[in-house]
Design a binder for this molecule. Structure first.
Ligand code: FMN
Ligand code: SF4
Length: 431
């Protein structure tokens, strides 16, 4: 096994270095012709009908029929959130979440820099459907800010800037926790971009205390597409539980890392071989859901790329970023990601501070040859016991990493403990 060349696999820094395209089995909806040359202009979008009025369509019912699930990570049914905000007393706000602090993901950056009008059309659709008078595009990456502002300027120059919904752009410093929905509401309200305790949830009290729909930018783009083409057309791709297409960021040991539009359903392995040019090295496994879904062993490559199938094997599709590990040592990769989790914690919840530090220390000990033998049992216990314990779901990602390293790569872990397993707890472990 060769040394690991990148301590942090799949980190996407330069969007230009990534390929983009669509799976051969679908008619693309987001990665349409023209996006290979950059941002689609307002004229090009109008030809596609992006801003066409939806008339008297029952938008919530159409989204329900389509089975649209949120692309921000939790895969929550979109229509349920839209209906909850519409039912709450006004005034209301809609937030298009394009913060994308997940290091392995570039899909929201791709969408915002290539199809900002489709996101804005989805934001307007959402605002009009839930009865919001304000829409906020919430961003962190400079290239997305430039693209969205250019799109808004284009609308204004064409006399098409909406008058019934005020649209603002809110920019924050990039950070993983800044994309969490309560952190977004706090930042837009003038506070820190840090998660807040729930309840209340944003649909009850979000931006400035108002009922707020926080939706990932890709979810909004699909919503706009569905209301133009219909739920039946949307369901022509995908599976019954995860219908439609989705953007994935495929990275790591593949020939053409990039952002691709794919139907839900093909296996993880097929995605790499059909759209990402194949593997540079036969993968030891995969990092799933950005870094939020932990690790899967190589033999799990047969799992269908759909929310429920990936959950059923103990991982998560999350934001749709998948990194092929090549011949990297999964222990070394997990330790690097655990370092990142410990650094990125918002350090507001004691259990998150202690939990991420304990996981980092245990994985660091395994990596550095300082293991005591207690690590596998501790990682397994933290991997289940810490789930749901933080104020936000951040800690769940660190727990998934700890849990899946042990369950998916038992031999690699055992090799690092010299075969010694000890179920004693380490001092200072999270309660
Ligand atoms: C630590 C953390 C970071 C998150 N970062 C993002 C993000 O960058 N973008 C995003 O859309 N959702 C992010 N989410 C999920 C949001 O809280 C929220 O569920 C999402 O924006 C809702 O959109 P959706 O229903 O369209 O998926 C994050 C969640 C957590 C726990
Ligand atoms: S769980 Fe962690 S990241 Fe989330 S609010 Fe608590 S300290 Fe911050």
């Amino acid at each position: 096994m060769s040394a690991v060349s990148t301590a942090l696999p799949g980190v996407v820094t330069q969007l230009d270095d990534l390929a983009s395209g669509a799976h051969p089995a679908i008619t693309p909806r987001l990665v349409v012709p023209g996006t290979d040359r950059g941002r689609l202009s307002l004229d090009a979008e109008r030809e596609l009908g992006t801003y066409a009025p939806v008339g008297d369509l029952d938008v919530v019912a159409e989204l329900a029929a389509a089975g649209l699930r949120g692309r921000g990570g939790a895969a929550f049914p979109a229509h349920v959130k839209w209906a909850a905000v519409a039912a709450a007393p006004g005034p209301r706000v809609v937030v298009a979440n394009g913060e994308e602090g997940e290091p392995a993901s570039a899909k929201d950056r791709w969408l915002l820099t290539h199809r900002p009008h489709l996101v804005l059309a989805g934001l307007l659709l959402a605002a009009r459907t839930v009865g919001a008078e304000r829409g906020v595009v919430y961003l962190a990456h400079p290239e997305t800010v430039t693209a969205v502002r250019a799109a808004l300027d284009e609308l204004a120059a064409a006399g098409l800037r909406p008058t019934d919904v005020r649209i603002d752009v809110h920019v924050v410093d990039p950070a993983y926790v800044a994309g969490e929905e309560t952190a977004a509401c706090s930042a837009i309200s003038g506070g820190a971009a840090l998660p807040r305790a729930k309840p209340p949830r944003p649909h009850e009290s979000g931006v400035d205390g108002r009922p707020t729909l926080v939706s990932n930018v890709e979810t909004l783009a699909h919503a706009a597409w569905i209301c133009r083409h219909g739920a039946d057309a949307y369901r022509l791709a995908g599976t019954s539980a995860s219908p439609g297409t989705t953007l994935v960021t495929l990275g790591g040991a593949c020939l053409r890392p990039g952002v691709y539009e794919v139907p839900f359903g093909p296996s993880v392995r097929d995605l790499f071989t059909t759209v990402a040019g194949g593997f540079t090295t036969e993968p030891a496994g995969y990092v799933m859901g950005g870094w939020f879904g932990g690790l899967l062993a190589a033999q799990r490559g047969d799992v269908a790329c759909c929310y429920d199938a990936v959950r059923a094997v103990g991982s998560g599709l999350g934001c749709g970023a998948i990194t092929a590990l090549g011949d990297a040592d999964p222990v070394v990769v997990a330790a690097a990601i655990a370092d990142w989790y410990a650094r990125e914690s918002a350090a507001q919840c004691g259990v998150c501070i202690r939990g991420t530090a304990s996981i980092r220390d245990a994985l660091g000990a395994l990596r550095d040859g300082r293991a005591t033998g207690a690590e596998p049992a501790n990682l397994t216990r933290w991997g289940t016991g810490l789930v749901g314990r933080g104020a936000c779901a951040f800690l769940d990602g660190a727990a998934a990493l700890a849990r899946t390293l042990v369950t998916e790569f038992p031999d690699a872990v055992t090799a690092r403990t010299g075969g010694a397993h000890d179920s004693h707890h380490t001092p200072g472990e999270p309660a």
